[in-house]
Design a protein around this ligand. Structure first.
Ligand SMILES: Nc1ncnc2c1ncn2[C@@H]1O[C@H](COP(=O)(O)OP(=O)(O)OP(=O)(O)O)[C@@H](O)[C@H]1O
Ligand SMILES: [Mg+2]
Length: 376
């Protein structure tokens, strides 16, 4: 079966044309080897889940590691009702995840479930569990955004943090490394939910090291996907030209890169044709802006839902204002979390040219409608 460009969820190397991200994986491996706990916090469709998937595969290749990749997506809210439910629920997720590959270990979890009723019991179970495995156990939790609004989840992180601290004193045995993935940084979320003064600045995840791996694709990385495509489908294209242009329009935003390629491959190139003409690039840009997609919808929703952010972005896009990029500012920070804003030479810029055009069209339309109203 021929591979395809993928724009919905995880990219699987033997099904999809993908960018080779092994350099990013290597950098993440360094953090893991350093026993770090961290959050891969990046905007929507920035390749977080794909990265965890590839990382999980890589870790499995080695005898030294025992990776466990879970997601809190779709588990419902009941699990967060009380400690008892949560602790048992967490063990159940572990059990099911491990069952596929290691029946013995999943039985071990099952036989321990009985006595676990509190987070403290769960903590002790984790110690026994990690001892039982006797390898470097790496816990990866994807989609933490929904759960991180929850007090119980934060207490769970607090418990893991405690174990991390005890481990450094040589007094506990716990996960070698923990990786959370989501749009928000857990450190920034706690302020919103914890109202009492004491906890306000005491993040349950303040042990986390900064995650500075650049998750966008460089021009060279984009070229690896084109090479993969050319080799597989025998299409003729100028790799240098297209990787440069794809980077130019997207700044390497993973979803946008794959989406443009998919449009050229499946919409623009006619059946039986196996060549990417240079003008296809501009046609693809027009196409992507013409139709909506989940990524654009969530971008527009994020600006429309926050008046201050809307006005701020408007000043950059319509008024061409140069506004200093101050990371600690709420709106600058929010715009960056959503992947709308980025810093360039100390100034706030829109993340990429496609977003800039999209936002310009969207906002300009309002101005035009306003003008029409005033005329009549
Ligand atoms: N290595 C890659 N090569 C090519 N495209 C990729 C790669 N990684 C991600 N993408 C593109 O980005 C899209 C989103 O990827 P993924 O689901 O991994 O991101 P995410 O950050 O987990 O998204 P979400 O925030 O929705 O959970 C993919 O469907 C694909 O179009
Ligand atoms: Mg994801």
């Amino acid at each position: 079966m021929l591979k395809k460009f993928n724009v919905t969820g995880t990219c699987i190397p033997n099904k999809h044309y993908i960018v080779d991200i092994s350099k990013k994986i290597d950098k993440i491996m360094e953090l893991i080897d350093g026993e770090e706990y961290f959050v891969i916090n990046r905007p929507r469709q920035y390749g977080k889940t794909t990265t965890l998937f590839l990382l999980d595969n890589k870790l499995k290749e080695s005898e030294d590691y025992f990776p466990i990749k879970i997601s809190f997506e779709g588990i419902g809210d009941l699990i967060f009702d009380d400690e008892n439910r949560f602790s048992k629920g967490f063990m159940k997720i572990l059990e099911r995840t491990i069952e596929f590959e290691n029946v013995e270990l999943s039985k071990f979890i099952s036989s321990n479930k009985e006595g676990v009723e509190t987070l403290d019991d769960l903590s002790y179970f984790i110690t026994k569990f990690v001892r039982e495995i006797n390898k470097k156990v790496i816990l990866m939790i994807d989609e933490v955004d929904k759960s991180s609004n929850n007090q119980l989840f934060l207490s769970f992180l607090g418990m893991l943090r405690n174990k991390y601290l005890l481990r450094s004193e040589g007094r506990d045995c716990t996960f070698h490394s923990i990786i959370l993935a989501g749009v928000h940084d857990v450190k920034t979320l706690k302020v919103k939910i914890r109202s009492d003064e004491e906890h306000k600045y005491n993040s349950p995840w303040n042990i986390a090291s900064d995650f500075e791996v650049d998750m966008s694709f460089s021009k060279e990385e984009i070229m690896t996907m084109l090479e993969n495509y050319v080799e597989d489908k025998k299409v003729i294209l100028d790799k240098e030209y297209f990787s440069e242009k794809l980077y130019f329009y997207t700044e390497g935003y993973p979803f946008l890169v794959s989406k443009l390629c998919k449009i050229i491959d499946e919409k623009i190139m006619s059946d039986g044709e196996f060549i990417w003409e240079k003008e296809y690039m501009d046609i693809a840009v027009k196409e992507i802006l013409k139709d909506s997609n989940t990524n654009f919808e969530s971008l527009i929703k994020n600006i429309e839902n926050n008046e201050e952010l809307y006005d701020f972005v408007k000043r950059i896009v319509l008024d061409n204002e140069n506004i200093n990029y101050i990371k600690t500012d709420n709106i600058v920070s929010l715009g960056s979390i959503y992947g709308i804003l980025k810093e360039k030479d100390g100034v706030c810029k829109i993340n990429n040219k496609l977003y800039e055009q999209l936002i310009y069209n969207h906002m300009m339309m309002k101005v035009i409608r306003q003008d029409k109203k005033q005329e009549s």
